[in-house]
Ligand binder design. Sequence first.
Ligand SMILES: [Zn+2]
Length: 239
Amino acid sequence: MNLIEKELRVKLAAAHHIVHYHGWDDLLATHLSVRIPDTEMLLITPLNVPFEEVCASNLIKTDLNGNIIGDNGYTVMLQATNIHAAIYRKSNTIQSAMHTHSTYGVAVSALSCGLLFFNQQSLRFYDDVAYHDFNGLALENEGDEIVESLKHKKVMVLRNHGLLTTGKSLEEALYLLYYLEKVCELQIKTLSTGQKLIEIPDKLCAKTKAQFDKILSPYKEFETLVRRIKGKSRVNFND
Ligand SMILES: [Zn+2]
């Protein structure tokens, strides 16, 4: 295993612990992945391992058709490789993808209005959210259909299901997940007041989104999130 893969394994394992720390993980049914640069291989969540027990060595390596490479005693969920391998097959620019069934993410996914843009945080995603209609469990060709729906957007609301973020790096996919989860929580809590929302004009939404794009700093955010979870996990994600 080369140094790049070793470092990616540690980062992806840390991302699982960050997702768990914030309470966005499901029991065993969601998955995070990263492409090994310049290869047709990816690293992904092992099957039947809760996020808080994921570490560098139990992550699964597969090719872009979902075939497991090597044997570390673990396997992978079919839905996971169906979705993630399809993403990397279709896009050379996407290097990481993260999928959650978080409480607020699923709640927003079931709203016909989708993600609303009524606070500053949400404008990171203005005109950058794709939607994919629910079609049962992703056991067959759902991955290819999800990629079709994604087009060139960075994040997706899987209707009646959950959230998906992608990035040109693992850090970017996690940065987007952090804020998408935050915005979904804000939306549900704000709507639950039953009060009228103050709308932000489209022009101002577009201006703020462009400002966010200019100051995007997923690497600093990633370092901060790793510092936040240091010493809090019972399993060392570096192992
Ligand atoms: Zn799912």
